[in-house]
Structures are given as C-alpha cells and as structure tokens.
Design a binder for this molecule. Sequence first.
Ligand code: ASP
Ligand code: MG
Length: 413
Amino acid sequence: MLRIVMKFGGTSMAGIERIRHVANLVKREAERGNQVAVVVSAMAGETDRLVQLCREAASLYDPREYDVVVASGEQVTSGLLAITLQGMGLNARSYMGWQLPIRTTAAHASALIDGIDVDVLERVFGESGIAVIPGFQGVAADGSVATLGRGGSDTSAVALAAAMKADRCDIYTDVDGVYTTDPRIVPRARKLSAITYEEMLELASVGAKVLQTRSVGLAMRYNMPIQVLSSFEDRPGTMVVGDDRIEDYKMERQLITGIAYDKNEARITLTGVPDRPGSVAAIFAPLAEANVNVDMIVQSVPRAGERSDLTFTVPTASLAHSKALLEGVREEVGFQEILTDTDVVKVSAVGVGMRSNAGIAAQMFKALAGRGINIIAITTSEIKVSVLIPEEYTELAVRVLHTTYGLDAEAAE
Ligand code: ASP
Ligand code: MG
C-alpha cells in the first residue's frame, strides 16, 4: 500500500466531463489499495476571471477580501470532484484549507504554508476514505482565508504530501512530463524518465514551466518524489527526485539533462567604467534596492587602472526602470554610456553530470561557433552553462546544442 497525493491542474478540472475523468483516475489509484488525497486547482481560466472581478470592484482592493474571492475557484472544484467520486460509490469528502487546517502566514495573496494538520486525513484513511483538498488556499492565524500566490496548488500538493509522509506526489497536468527541451523547437526532444530537483529548478528558472518553482524547492527540502504526468494520456510521466534516487529511474546518466532558453532577458552594457574599488558596488546597489533581478554579469579590466565595460542582464520588464536608476549613478560612478539590447536570448545547458566532467562549456562554445553564433556573455554554475546570444539564433542554438549533447530522440515520436 502506498500513500499518494494526486494533484490535478486547471485544464484537468475544466468542466464536469473532465472531472469525471479525473474521478476515474482517482478511483483506479484507490482500487490499487493506495491511500489517496487529491489536491485540485480551480477550472482553467477561473482564477483569472475572479482576479478580474476584484479589479473591477475596486482598483485598490483589500488583499484579505481578494483571497476570499479567488479561493472560491478551488472550493467549487473540490466539491464537484467529491460529488462525482461519491456518485461512483466511493467514500470521498472535501476538506477546505481551514477545515484541515492548512495553516499559513497572514500575507494575503502570497501566503506561506506554516504547517498542515494531518489528524483529519489520518481519520479519513483509517476509514478507507478519499480526501479532496482545494489547492492554493489555507487559513491564517486570525482565521481568515489566505491564498498562496498564482500557481500555488503545486505547492499545496507537495506540502500536503510532505505533511502526510506520502510515498509520492503525482502532479497531473496538460503535458505528459518534462522534456529535454521545448518540443515546439526541437521535435526530437525526449521526455525524461527522471530529473533531479536541482536540474528541475534550473530548467524552470530558465523557461521550462511545468511545475511552480516553489513547489520544487519544497519537494527538495523534504526529499518528496514528484511525478509529472498527463491526465489525458495513460503513460508514465517524469519523476523529479533527489540525487540519491535518480539511479532508481535512469540506468544511464546523461551528462546534460536539458537545454532551456529564456527570451525574457535584456542586456545592459555600461562603457568606460573606472577601475576603482566601489564602482561595481555603486552600480548594482540601486538595482538591488529596487528588487531588479540581475542575472548574468561580465566584466574584465584589461590592465589595472584602465576603464572597462560592464555587461549584465535584467528581466526585459525591468529594463526601463533599471536604465533610469543607472542614469542616477552615472556621474557618481563615472562610467560613460548605457547601451541596451532586448534582442537577446539566454540559452542554458543543465545537468548534474557536469559536476564530474570537464569540457562541457568548451563543447558548447565550439558547437555555437560552428554555426557562426556570436556569444555576448557567459555564466556557469556547478550544474549549468548559460550563454547570451542574439535572439534570432534561438531555435538554431537550442537545436544544435540538443544534438551536440546527444539528447535527440532516435526518431521523432
Ligand atoms: N488556481 C490558482 C491559479 O490559477 C492556483 C493553481 O491553479 O495553481 O493561480
Ligand atoms: Mg499550474
């Protein structure tokens, strides 16, 4: 007997027919003799609709009341799933966040989970029941409903799995797993049988958005295995697990696990930055204060005392603001120009295998050079190499790297 959390996203819950399908998947799992708690999202589009209604009601709305409104989407789907399961003769019941309870901070609209009481669940399992729990919501210490921030149901599911010491958290979604890269760009992208938490975090942060990043961080902390799978196709998905368990799912380790890209970066170059202590600190301080997420940073001083250029990237949405902040320190720091470019893309190769293998970066540079692709900036971490290149080469670069690292499927599926 296994203890499993099954989480269904908005597309899986969109309408009675789909909810009936979900109920069948839950039934099958229960009939295997497993203890099942189900976490559900609101129907696709519903949370957007509710957010919009709040905005129409008042442009400056009270976050506490916003939570009352947006948490309702999940209340509806959990009730409907419980009704459907009961209709199939199963002993199912829904429990809202405040009923379990799922205790959260009072930061309305972006609450953090403090803890989950599992007494109710233990009783349900003891009676061979199925618990249906709305994702995204919990209850603050003052008794008010609180939500976790958009996409928060994944986090609810993983937190619940950790609290009830589940064997696995299955996240059913509209894709059938995590791929080596974006299949729209590389038709020969392969579905991964398994990936580590760390790799998943890197791939998510660079653009592969299958799971909410926060939920992966949480799973890593509790070493909770996640399975990402499709609710529409009946086949195994991708296991997201710790380094210690990856070998259970993958016989052979590939050096590189995936190639990601992120077009949402803009480049800033400051020319003629004086070479003296404090220059760089004075440049980045106002950006940090404004919470601008600076990513790649490249600087090299040709000879001590000589001026240099400083290149870095910020999210495209923060570019205008960043430029204004930099103008503000130009005189103080004494740099010359501020050059910007939004036609860039960050392409990354990610893989824990990199730790024990030299030459991964060199291979990347050679492959890109072979296609005449110019590299503007480079960053590396223990398990990632990223390059900034002109945006027009996105597809070409991703394809070439996918082939270079041996990730292409034998034949397009
Ligand atoms: N329904 C919420 C949202 O759309 C939470 C979720 O589905 O994860 O953001
Ligand atoms: Mg989601």
